[in-house]
Design a protein around this ligand. Structure first.
Ligand SMILES: [Fe+2]
Length: 136
């Protein structure tokens, strides 16, 4: 099951960003697969923990690019990232409180995978013309 992938609508053309987005998509795909196959708590736990730490890395990479290049859309973009960070914490809480259930799969899809894909398409894509030639 490859629900999330880089395609025309989600590729920024900025290599650092695209590789981080791909990593996040791959991990969410793996999480959904692990939940579908009822692979057990350890793999799910590892993936949720990975997502929590990697998302911090990714969001600060983007925010650093925006700050260093004085991107005018930074404030609302940062606010959107704060929502996403909160979504990931909700995912973690769901896992801690109720385990690897179908509720967790719904949260992984709605709060993390779909949210992030939509964010790339509508918010990240706005910085592409501004930042594309300034960063690698
Ligand atoms: Fe972003």
């Amino acid at each position: 099951m490859v629900l999330y992938k880089l395609d025309e609508s989600t590729t920024t053309g900025i290599p650092t960003i695209d590789s981080q987005h791909k990593e996040l998509f791959d991990r969410v795909n793996n999480l959904l697969m692990a939940l579908t196959l009822a692979k057990g708590n350890e793999e799910v736990s590892n993936t949720v923990n990975f997502l929590e730490s990697y998302i911090k890395v990714h969001l600060s990479t983007e925010e650093d690019f925006m700050i260093k290049n004085s991107y005018p859309g930074y404030p609302p973009h940062k606010a959107a990232h704060a929502v996403f960070t909160n979504n990931v914490l909700k995912l973690k809480k769901e896992f801690q409180e109720r385990g690897a259930t179908s509720n967790l799969a719904v949260a992984a899809k709605d709060l993390v995978g779909d949210w992030f894909m939509n964010h790339i398409r509508t918010v990240d894509m706005q910085y592409v013309p501004f930042l594309k030639d300034k960063i690698k």
